[in-house]
Structure formats: C-alpha cells, structure tokens
Design a protein around this ligand. Structure first.
Ligand code: C2E
Ligand code: MG
Ligand code: MG
Ligand code: MG
Length: 280
C-alpha cells in the first residue's frame, strides 16, 4: 500500500498533471482578462410556448471567444470560473446584459417577455447582498421581477440550508421566477419540489434525445409533466431538435420547448430578428 501511495504521490509531479495544472492556471488568467476587457458575450436561445408557437422567453448563455483558441464551451470554463471566484463577475455581467435586452424586447415586442439566467451553486450559495443589488437594479430600470427567472440545479435543494431558503424567498418576494434546470439528472428528491417554491421544471435533454426512436421513452417526460402540473409548475423541455420530439412533448402536455428545432443560442441582434418576424 505504501508503495502504491508512493507511486501516486510521485505521479502528482509527472509532466502530464503539471501541464494540466498550468493549462488551468493559464485559462483562469485569460478568463480574468476577458472579463476585464469586456469580451465575454451573452447569447440568447428562444423558449417557445408549445401551444401558440410564440417565443415567450429566452435563456441567456455566456460565450467566450478566446483570441487564440476560438469559442470555448461554458462546460469547460464555468468550472474554472467557479473555483477561481470569477463566476460572480460573469453572473453579474450576464444579468446586466439580460436586463438591458429584456427591457427593450418587452417594450418593442412582448410585454410579458422573460429572460432566464443560470446560477451555478457556487454563486447561489454566495453572499445575499448580490441579489439585493439585482432586485434594486430591476426596480431602477422599471422592470417587474417577472422579467427575469433564475435557473438553479437540483443539487442545491438537497442542501436545504437557511441560506438557500431565504434566497428563494427573496426572489419570490421580488417576483423573480425560479426554474429547476437539468431536471431528472440529479438526485430528484421529489419532496423538495413541494417544499420550495419553484415555477418551472426544465426536463433535461437526455430525456428528450431518444423520444422518437423508442416509443416507451415518452413515459418519463409524461410522468414528470403530470407531476409538475399537479404541483402547479410549468414544464420546459430542453434540447428539442426535431418536429417529432416536439409533437410528442406537446401531446404529453408540455408547456414550453427549447432547442435547435427553433434556434441555437444567438447574439442579441439576431435573436431580436426572430422576435421581429413573429410580431409581423
Ligand atoms: P444549460 O443551462 O442546461 O443550457 C442548455 C445548453 O444546451 C446550452 O449549452 C445550449 O446551447 C444547449 N442546447 C440548447 N438546445 C440544444 C439542442 O437542441 N441540442 C443540444 N445538443 N444542445 C442544446 P451551452 O450554452 O454550451 O451551456 C452549457 C452549460 O453551461 C449550461 O447548461 C449551463 O449549465 C452553463 N452555463 C452557460 N451559460 C452560463 C452562465 O451565464 N452562468 C452559469 N452559471 N452557467 C452557464
Ligand atoms: Mg440553463
Ligand atoms: Mg439545462
Ligand atoms: Mg411559484
């Protein structure tokens, strides 16, 4: 055992790991620079009312165009932003950008338009002051809370600390809605759905992917939708890529759909053209 441990300890210093650590460090620095130079972008993906076909909401998704590496996926840099604490600055810039566009789009196209913002557990567990500032900012811009919703993940609700509960209450009091993202991939402790005041369940893409190839795959989304409606929650299906998936979800009573079938995430100016087209 000692020998194995010795080998492991030694392996810590192998070039491979050192390179990985260096790469992470470099990415952290580059990310810090990108934030300072205001070069992160926020894209918007439509969320469509499955019955009317209207774009009712959008999800804000951060984009990083690295000067050498091109677009880097959030899946790659969000974890680094979390460990380095940069996630707070990123979340704040996504919030500000979302606010500016939701204001314009409510004025010009849909008075009830809403933009959802992802909050990683690290940000959500952070200091309460930050969301007080968000709520203050909404008021300053003359926007109701419903202009915004916040996407959190299931894992958070397992840690039912006072901190989490009071933030959810804070949102509710301000009218900000809450969505449970990637639903079905986490611990799915269903009792939490009743306990906390959540407005939307987002059915994870993994439940949507095979809908058209295996007839029995609709069973789980159907059960989720039925349960959600009993609890007075609306359901958004993620990753809807085909008309067939869309139709099955519609039949199952799903409320909203999001995915490449309608559009990939777009820069705000291009997203706006979709809204414009629906208006006329
Ligand atoms: P998410 O919140 O579950 O976002 C949905 C992801 O699915 C997005 O990936 C979106 O581009 C992708 N997607 C949408 N429709 C389809 C489809 O039809 N098919 C497929 N295959 N994929 C689709 P993206 O933008 O790469 O983001 C990945 C994850 O990174 C997000 O998952 C979210 O957890 C995180 N993320 C993105 N932006 C932010 C942010 O501003 N803050 C935080 N904390 N996390 C973010
Ligand atoms: Mg999301
Ligand atoms: Mg998701
Ligand atoms: Mg509610």
């Amino acid at each position: 055992a000692a020998k194995a441990q010795g080998r492991n300890r030694f392996s810590y210093f192998t070039p491979g790991l050192q390179t990985a650590a260096l790469a992470r460090l470099r990415m952290t620095n580059d990310l810090r620079t990108a934030i300072a130079e205001n070069s992160l972008r926020v894209y918007f993906q439509p969320i469509v009312d499955i019955h009317s076909g209207k774009i009712q909401k959008a999800e804000a998704l951060v984009r990083w165009l690295h000067p050498q590496r091109g677009f880097i996926s959030p899946m790659e840099f969000i974890p680094i932003a979390e460990t380095s604490g940069l996630i707070i600055a990123i979340g704040d810039l996504v919030f500000r950008e979302a606010l500016c566009w939701v204001r314009k789009w409510r004025e010009l196209y849909r008075p009830d338009f809403q933009i959802s913002i992802n909050q990683s557990p690290v940000e959500f567990q952070g200091d309460q002051e930050r969301y007080i500032n968000w709520i203050h900012e909404l008021a300053l811009q003359n926007l109701p809370g419903q202009a915004i919703s916040v996407e959190i993940t299931e894992g958070l609700l397992l840690d039912a600390s006072q901190k989490i509960t009071s933030k959810l209450l804070q949102f509710r009091d301000a009218g900000i809605q809450v969505a449970l993202d990637d639903f079905g991939t986490g611990y799915s402790s269903l009792s939490y759905l009743k306990k906390f005041d959540i407005d939307y369940l987002k059915i994870d893409q993994s439940f949507v992917r095979n809908l058209a190839t295996d007839a029995s795959d609709i069973v789980l989304p159907e059960a989720i939708i039925m349960m959600a409606h009993k609890l007075d929650l609306k359901v958004i299906a993620e990753g809807v890529e085909t008309q067939q998936q869309h139709d099955l979800l519609k039949q199952a009573g799903c409320d909203f759909a999001q995915g490449y079938l309608f559009s990939k995430p777009l820069p705000p100016e291009e997203f706006e053209m979709l809204l414009q087209r629906q208006k006329t």
